[in-house]
Structure formats: structure tokens, C-alpha cells
Design a protein around this ligand. Structure first.
Ligand code: AMP
Ligand code: MG
Length: 286
């Protein structure tokens, strides 16, 4: 996984230099054994249990001391077939659904279009103590909007700054924002789109418009490259996660979330009542 640097926002991220089949950060064979895929799958389960505990602590702290509560927001972006749904199922799926707020963003409704582009994003923000996951996000407003010319440059270009301001405010108010681009290759996308056409149970996931977007692959990569560079900050970092290998994708995302939680140094809150006294009451109430 690659953390996007924050020192040269004017230089687009060189996505071409990041191999979507690579597995950065994966331990060597000494640790994984001869089958890294098998190892990664079992690690995802093990880390998943840790994520569940961390999420419960996050939730509990906010419940007991709302003013000190923290929030986590994971923003997932990718080309079609990039694996957002799969990553959410495998990684976020290890946490308690009660503490999760997962929102997918499609084309804006007429009502949403009447508002600023961040309006629907703000409405979907996770409450304090929750883990929010955005399946697509406000970044679509500098990606598909730019590539498809849904708004003129005079409208989408100022959005980089608006996004940075928005995310900085979020971070300042106690939300840890982590942004991940699942980076797949054009070949891998073709294989996955083809699977959707071959398997009748997957037909519903295919959208003919996906092929239009695919036809503009280079424009999308350029739009991603600029968005990543302009909107990577210390408060809300961007990561590029090579995602051609699903087992690596899940492992790397789980690993990143575990590190994100670790930085929060969470623990279960202390009760504001006398535990011994309450136990005694219960034991003696007949
Ligand atoms: P999917 O994630 O496959 O359900 O597709 C959602 C679709 O909604 C994608 O084609 C996105 O490009 C599109 N979409 C999401 N946000 C926006 C937006 N702000 N403006 C236009 N299209 C969007
Ligand atoms: Mg789709």
C-alpha cells in the first residue's frame, strides 16, 4: 500500500508506476509460508476480530463520554470492478453492523443536484463513535464529473480546495479520515467485467455505461492522479492500494484499519458507578 505524499500537491500521482498486481507491505515467505493467499485470508479473519473489538471500544467511549468520542471514516474509491463491494464485505463485515454506517453514492438525485456537492456527503457522515464507510464519495465530483464533463472546469476545479477544507474540519472535529483508492489494471477490469457478463447471477452488476467509463480509462487515471495529489493531507491521507489480487486487497485494507485504530489508542471506558456496590446489590436482591 502506498501513502500519497503531501509535499507536492501540484504534481499528479504517478499511478502508472504502481503495479496493481504488487503486494507492498506483505511479509515475506518466512512469515506467510508458501501460500501467501492462504495466509492473507486467515490473517484477515484474525485482524477482523481485532477490528471488531476496536470498533466496540470506539462505540463504547462515545456512548459513555460523547464529548470525547471519536469517529472513523473510510472513503473507498475505485474504477468499476475495483473491488469496493468485496472489500467492504470482507473487511468492514467483521465489525458490528450496529456501529457501522455504510453509504454508497450513485449519480445525484434531482434533489441532491439542487444543493452543493457536499450536501449529501454531510448527511451521510457517521455519528460520533461510529465507523463510516463511503462506497464512492465526494471525490466522484472531481472524477466522473470531470471526465464526463457533467460540470465545467470552473465548477469542479475549486472543489479540490472545498474538499480539503471539508476534510480538515472533519478531522478537527474528531473524525479520523482514511481514503483508499483500490487500484486495478485495465486488464483485470476487463476480466471482472467479462465475469459479470458470463455469469447470469452477476448480470445485475453490469451496467453498459461501465464500458463507456472504461473507454475513458486514461482520462479517469489522470483525474485520479490529480485528485490524489491535491487532496492528500496529513489530516486525511490518501492511500493507493494495488487491488488486482483480492486476497492482498483485503489483507492490506484490514491492516490499514488496524493501524488507524491503533493510533486512536482506544480502551474500554471506566464505568461511572461503583461496580462492587452494584454487584452486591444484585447478589442480595433475592
Ligand atoms: P456503482 O458504484 O457501480 O453502483 O455505480 C455508481 C455510479 O454512480 C458510478 O457510475 C458513478 O460514477 C456514479 N456517480 C457517483 N457519484 C456521482 C456524482 N457525484 N456525479 C455523477 N455520477 C456519480
Ligand atoms: Mg457499477
Amino acid at each position: 500500500m502506498w501513502r500519497v505524499g503531501t509535499d507536492s500537491p501540484d504534481v499528479p500521482v504517478d499511478l502508472g508506476a504502481i503495479d496493481p498486481r504488487s503486494t507492498p507491505g506483505l511479509p515475506g515467505r518466512k512469515v506467510t509460508g508458501d501460500d501467501p493467499k492462504l495466509w492473507a485470508r486467515s490473517e484477515v479473519e484474525r485482524i477482523g476480530a481485532e477490528l471488531a473489538t476496536q470498533q466496540e471500544m470506539l462505540f463504547a467511549q462515545a456512548a459513555v463520554e460523547p464529548q470525547l468520542g471519536r469517529t472513523v471514516l473510510l472513503v473507498l474509491q475505485a474504477m468499476d470492478c475495483g473491488g469496493k463491494d468485496g472489500a467492504i464485505k470482507r473487511v468492514a463485515g467483521s465489525m458490528d453492523p450496529l456501529g457501522l454506517r455504510i453509504t454508497a453514492f450513485g449519480p445525484p438525485t434531482p434533489d441532491e443536484l439542487r444543493h452543493d456537492f457536499l450536501w449529501r456527503i454531510r448527511k451521510a457522515l457517521p455519528p460520533t463513535g461510529y465507523v463510516g464507510v463511503f462506497n464512492r464519495s465526494h471525490y466522484e465530483d472531481v472524477l466522473v464529473v470531470r471526465v464526463n464533463g457533467l460540470a465545467p472546469e470552473s465548477v469542479w476545479r475549486p472543489r479540490y480546495k472545498k474538499i480539503n477544507d471539508f476534510e480538515r474540519r472533519l478531522a478537527g472535529a474528531g473524525t479520523t479520515v482514511v481514503k483508499v483508492m483500490l487500484h486495478i489494471s485495465r486488464d483485470e477490469q476487463r476480466d471482472r467485467l467479462m465475469q459479470r457478463l458470463i455469469n447470469p447471477d452477476k448480470h445485475w452488476k453490469f451496467n453498459p455505461a461501465d464500458l463507456d467509463a472504461r473507454g475513458r480509462w486514461d482520462d479517469y487515471q489522470a483525474a485520479y492522479a490529480e485528485a490524489l495529489a491535491r487532496c492528500a493531507s496529513d489530516e486525511a491521507p490518501w492511500y493507493v492500494l494495488p487491488a488486482d489480487r483480492k486476497w492482498y486487497r483485503d489483507w492490506a485494507l484490514a491492516h490499514l484499519l488496524r493501524e488507524t485504530f491503533a493510533d486512536l489508542k482506544l480502551s474500554y471506558p471506566q464505568p461511572d458507578y461503583d461496580v462492587t456496590a452494584q454487584r452486591h446489590r444484585l447478589e442480595t436482591d433475592g
